[in-house]
Design a protein around this ligand. Sequence first.
Ligand SMILES: *[C@@H]1O[C@H](CO)[C@@H](O)[C@H](O)[C@H]1NC(C)=O
Ligand SMILES: *[C@@H]1O[C@H](CO)[C@@H](O)[C@H](O)[C@H]1NC(C)=O
Ligand SMILES: *[C@@H]1O[C@H](CO)[C@@H](O)[C@H](O)[C@H]1NC(C)=O
Ligand SMILES: *[C@@H]1O[C@H](CO)[C@@H](O)[C@H](O)[C@H]1NC(C)=O
Ligand SMILES: *[C@@H]1O[C@H](CO)[C@@H](O)[C@H](O)[C@H]1NC(C)=O
Ligand SMILES: *[C@@H]1O[C@H](CO)[C@@H](O)[C@H](O)[C@H]1NC(C)=O
Ligand SMILES: *[C@@H]1O[C@H](CO)[C@@H](O)[C@H](O)[C@H]1NC(C)=O
Ligand SMILES: *[C@@H]1O[C@H](CO)[C@@H](O)[C@H](O)[C@H]1NC(C)=O
Length: 360
Amino acid sequence: MKTIAALSVLSLAAATPHVKRDDYSAIDGSFVSPPCCSFLTSPPDATVLNFALTLEHLENAFYQEALGKFDQQAFTEAGLPESARALFEQVSAHEAAHVEFLSAALGEKATQPCNYSFPYSTPKEFAAVSQILEGVGVSAYAGAAKYIKNPDYLTAAAVVLSTEARHASWVAQAVNNVEPWSGPLDTPLTLDQVYSLASPFITSCPESNPALPVKAFPSISFTPTTAQPGDEVTLSFNGSADGQTALFLTGLSQIVANVSDSKVTIPQNLTGTVYLIINKDGQETVSDNHTVAGPAVLQFQKSLSELTNGTASTNGTESSTGTETADGAESTDGSASTDGSESTNSTSSVSILSSYTGQC
Ligand SMILES: *[C@@H]1O[C@H](CO)[C@@H](O)[C@H](O)[C@H]1NC(C)=O
Ligand SMILES: *[C@@H]1O[C@H](CO)[C@@H](O)[C@H](O)[C@H]1NC(C)=O
Ligand SMILES: *[C@@H]1O[C@H](CO)[C@@H](O)[C@H](O)[C@H]1NC(C)=O
Ligand SMILES: *[C@@H]1O[C@H](CO)[C@@H](O)[C@H](O)[C@H]1NC(C)=O
Ligand SMILES: *[C@@H]1O[C@H](CO)[C@@H](O)[C@H](O)[C@H]1NC(C)=O
Ligand SMILES: *[C@@H]1O[C@H](CO)[C@@H](O)[C@H](O)[C@H]1NC(C)=O
Ligand SMILES: *[C@@H]1O[C@H](CO)[C@@H](O)[C@H](O)[C@H]1NC(C)=O
Ligand SMILES: *[C@@H]1O[C@H](CO)[C@@H](O)[C@H](O)[C@H]1NC(C)=O
């Protein structure tokens, strides 16, 4: 049933001309070079869909487990909105439908669910992880879109992506009381970057699952986890941080900063969800070939009370952590206490995404 409905939507959409990828340039006014050489290394559609299905299985298990653990009373006692659990039930059903949808498209090739371990123990922590997972889902579909050759699959991915984006905004604003978006553009992530964020949650998979051409980079931890834009953090990961180059991925831009003595200063003007990766020394473009660790998820969403209290109200808010690593269970509100200034004092520089797809 679902498949038939889905296919009729798709054939309708497939009849309309689809936008070329390099039309991104119209969105933010900057030029983005077309993925000129991606076909050389581009995985087949089935592989990309199986990668997406891997994430959908993970999300599906995440919501089923949490809703099995926490009843309405647990949500209420945690101080979450009365409607939160009912809407998480819907989110959970959507993820199950995404699993069905992709599995139907893949048929016998469909990858099967794994076992997982998620870093939360309270409804609030669950909601914080949910916001991260939904955001990573959006970035995963956005980043993988360029590999999809069949326009029907591209439309299928687009409609899943937009639904994940609604989940992410709802969880952020209605449940976690922070801004519902990061800015005008979400951040695309590469397959390896997404896998790096997802793999800490995956404990074991059926041996019969198709192998995916992805690898996980070492995860980054940093202190203090409450750091805000402008603050210096100390990085730690398996590998040497010293002398490497930090890239803060925000929208379609990367803000570059040097790592010295394992320390890096978070650029001043970051907002929303930002991904931090560590590149080899001097490599300032996003490419899996350049990456030595990450991404880590940093969240600098303003809390809603900060917004309604005016721009400069950092005094009263008891807002908690603004940053966290992907596997960090410490996350709470994700609110950032910016001082309202549009400071441009950071020691970082910005490079636009023109080299995102690599050089030919
Ligand atoms: C998942 O965990 C269960 C219980 O520990 C185990 O029986 C099962 O084999 C695991 N499945 C996979 C796919 O690893
Ligand atoms: C580094 O790798 C070791 C063994 O693989 C692991 O136990 C340790 O947690 C890792 N450290 C970090 C910071 O990821
Ligand atoms: C990083 O360090 C190099 C060499 O020391 C320097 O040329 C470059 O401008 C620095 N980049 C930033 C963003 O500070
Ligand atoms: C913040 O607190 C300081 C003193 O604690 C006070 O001088 C300042 O006016 C306050 N700012 C705002 C925006 O309330
Ligand atoms: C303003 O901030 C204070 C302190 O965080 C909070 O108690 C109050 O509810 C906020 N006011 C509004 C209108 O949100
Ligand atoms: C930059 O930093 C200097 C010294 O810390 C300070 O005086 C200046 O006001 C800052 N400028 C901006 C735009 O924040
Ligand atoms: C951050 O500030 C720099 C100037 O220091 C600017 O070039 C850049 O576009 C800003 N980045 C974002 C994401 O706002
Ligand atoms: C990345 O490295 C692989 C193997 O070394 C190479 O085949 C590929 O062309 C490189 N990709 C880019 C974008 O440089």
